[in-house]
Write a protein that binds this ligand. Structure first.
Ligand code: NAP
Length: 485
């Protein structure tokens, strides 16, 4: 056992997870840390996604840090702008803001002579004993491979790159995609535009979800009695646990209940039988990520809305041509086509022991022990990394549990018990074998296309209950970790 050693940390990304890790490191007494953020503002997902109608479908009092309840949430599911303000406020209150180097994209991160050497796009260099990669999951926009996109003469952008300079009112809007994003945009825009054409490749199950506002009296109650918010956070976390425990078992009664609720929503909300059939999915509810919406079915039935189910042939200068030869004329085309979820820390060049490149290791698909760390990349930890719990639950809770786990590993470095720690190849391999085996029994593997699936069609997620995840995160099994130095 060596002497206690001071540690320097580099955190990559100042979104929800990066802010969290800085706060938790500070609380644990680590003061030497820098957060690198490629953008000019904190907030991650909530900084990047500013499309009309954006909100979080996890209740706001759960989608908050457990240690930072917020009495000011306006709605049960608050809008994205409020969430962005919340994260910026938390970062400020915890003294994290001043530690962020904005506009600095880390391009290279190499483990050399016992330390991580970092380089940014602007040429800045830094060193750290440990790296926390908090680079996000739904981060790299996926652009569809549709011929003619480059010839479109109207405004065209991905939903995560919304161009707020483009006028929408009274114009003809096309939206490609029917995921959570497209559904929220549709509801927000349908009353503002001359025509909204929603291009659906696959129908979605929609879970009805009311979104009431918190009244002034309720907010005042939260302010005066913060413990009620903590209680609410706990209750919501328990409710979500029930859901997330059920979701991994495709044959659970809860999954049937969810499907029944979605089906009843479709039957009772959509009047026109032809439209109803177009909106009826041919796969099981929650196979794709379940969409929550109080008003999508109402929106798509408005006179200004049209659901286009004919496949897209190509984009032409004036709009979208469908396979039946029809031209849907469009002024503004929104690509709500999702994200490349297998990228994670890439395109950053990460080089571990003996020159091993992460991109090389991940050439087939990304892997990580417990989604946290990769063999051969010592003292390199990820939050919301590959194959983690990314279903319909709070990624904040996931990141908090992972950070508590990482801090226990970091403690081994601080105490001098070792200088390097990384998961063993054997533990990582075993974890992957068990994970992929269990993933085949989940609802995500019941026959639909979704961003949960890897290149083999196997769900790239935590396939067990959330309770098991909590237990696993409570204490590292040190036999799975290789300690050196
Ligand atoms: P997504 O769920 O991946 O949906 C992408 C959509 O684009 C799908 O409908 C897909 O059709 C369609 N698409 C992709 N390529 C296409 C092509 N070439 N031609 C036609 N259609 C194409 O993306 P997202 O809606 O941005 O949501 C991603 C995730 O972000 C969500 O699942 C959720 O986790 C998160 N999110 C959360 C909230 C929230 O409220 N918390 C809001 C928005 C997003 P197919 O279905 O046929 O593949």
């Amino acid at each position: 056992m060596g002497a206690e050693r001071p540690l320097r940390f580099a955190i990559i990304g100042a979104g929800m997870s990066g802010i969290l890790s800085a706060i938790k490191l500070q609380e644990a007494g680590f003061d030497d840390l820098t957060i690198y953020e490629k953008a000019d503002r904190l907030g991650g997902t909530w900084r990047e996604n500013t499309y009309p109608g954006i909100s979080c479908d996890v209740p706001s009092h759960l989608y908050s840090y457990s240690f930072e309840p917020n009495p000011e949430w306006s709605h049960r599911f608050s809008p994205g702008g409020e969430i962005q303000t919340y994260f910026e406020g938390v970062a400020k209150r915890h003294g994290v803001e001043g530690r962020v180097r904005r506009g600095e994209e880390v391009t290279r991160c190499a483990f050399e002579r016992g330390r991580w050497r970092l380089e940014t796009k602007s040429g800045r260099r830094d060193e750290a004993d440990a790296v926390i990669a908090a680079t996000g999951v739904l981060h790299h926009p996926k652009l569809p491979d549709i011929p003619g996109l480059d010839r479109f003469e109207g405004a065209l952008f991905h939903s995560a790159r919304w161009d707020h300079g483009v006028r929408l009112d009274g114009r003809r809007i096309g939206i490609i995609g029917t995921g959570s994003t497209a559904v929220q945009i549709t509801s927000a825009l349908v009353d503002r535009v001359a025509k909204l054409s929603l291009f659906q490749r696959t129908a979605q199950w929609i879970m009805p979800q009311e979104n009431p506002a918190f009244g002034e009296a309720e907010k005042a109650g939260f302010r005066q009695h913060p413990e009620t918010m903590r209680r609410l956070h706990g209750e919501l976390a328990r409710m979500f646990s029930v859901f997330s425990n059920a979701i991994v078992d495709a044959s659970s009664p809860q999954m049937k209940l969810i499907e029944d609720t979605c089906r009843a929503n479709l039957e009772s909300s959509v009047r026109d039988p032809v439209l109803r059939e177009k909106l009826r999915p041919n796969y099981r509810a929650a196979c794709k990520r379940l969409i929550m919406s109080p008003d999508f079915y109402q929106a798509i039935q408005k006179p200004s809305a049209e659901l286009v189910t004919e496949g897209i042939e190509c984009v032409v200068p004036g709009g979208v041509r469908t396979r039946d030869g029809r031209l849907v004329e469009i002024d503004v085309l929104v690509l709500a086509t999702g994200f490349r979820v297998d990228r994670f820390v890439r395109p950053m060049l990460v080089i571990g022991h003996a020159g091993l490149e992460l991109d090389e290791r991940w050439s087939q698909r990304p892997d990580a022990y417990l989604s946290i760390s990769v063999p051969g990349f010592p003292n390199f930890f990820m939050l919301n990394g590959p194959n983690g719990p990314v279903g319909n639950f709070s990624l904040i809770e996931v990141a908090e549990l992972q950070m508590a786990y990482i801090l226990q590993l970091v403690e081994l470095l601080r105490s001098g018990r070792c200088r390097e720690i990384s998961p063993s190849e054997e533990a990582t391999r075993r974890f992957e074998v068990e994970r992929t085996e269990a993933a085949r029994n989940t609802i995500w593997a019941t026959g639909c296309r979704s961003w949960y699936l890897d290149d083999r069609g196997i769900p790239a997620v935590w396939p067990w209950t959330f309770d098991r995840f909590r237990e696993e995160m409570a204490r590292p099994k040190l036999e799975a970790w290789t300690q050196a130095g």
